[in-house]
Design a protein around this ligand. Structure first.
Ligand code: CA2
Length: 144
């Protein structure tokens, strides 16, 4: 049995309250529940960390080292700016899935670049709430 660490970045606690045309009407708790169900269906456990703060997200990635088999991370807007998070992910040896509710590549120019993308195993984007299940299944499938 492995531990999958799901990390949620800034403003994702507001899911379901605004911009439903982009992010849907489901809450972060709904998304986390789907991710947990998917992990448990494969006999694994899921931990979740949410923070608005970049350093907390770096701490969360570091906490996975030697402890979690996979990290699934929606870094929120830090996707586009955080070299600290990119470095933390590069230093983590397990499976890493970058996850987005929307498809940032189809949005504003500044969202089209992910600075963490070169440091992850793969990316799931654009599938809304279903992405949480898909990302966990991708992570579990990639475990050795
Ligand atoms: O599509 C995604 O999952 C994003 O990571 C979401 C981030 C955004 O900055 C990224 O470019 C793409 C934003 C999360 C904030 O979500 C809100 C939801 C409802 C109301 C306000 C913000």
């Amino acid at each position: 049995m492995a531990v999958v660490l799901l990390i949620s970045g800034p403003n994702l606690n507001l899911l379901g309250t605004r911009q439903p045309e982009i992010y849907g009407t489901d809450t972060l708790d709904d998304c986390v529940a789907d991710a947990r169900t998917a992990a448990e269906a494969h006999g694994h456990t899921l931990e979740h960390v949410w923070s608005n703060h970049e350093g907390d997200l770096v701490d969360a990635v570091q906490s996975a080292r030697g402890r979690c088999a996979a990290v699934v991370i929606n870094p929120g807007a830090y996707t586009h700016s955080s070299y600290a998070l990119a470095d933390a992910l590069a230093a983590y040896d397990g499976v890493k899935v970058e996850l987005h509710l929307s498809n940032p590549a189809a949005r504003e120019e500044w969202r089209r670049r992910s600075v963490v993308a070169p440091c992850v195993t793969g990316t799931v984007a654009g599938f809304g709430r279903a992405g949480y299940r898909l990302a966990v299944e991708a992570a579990v499938g990639a475990l050795a």
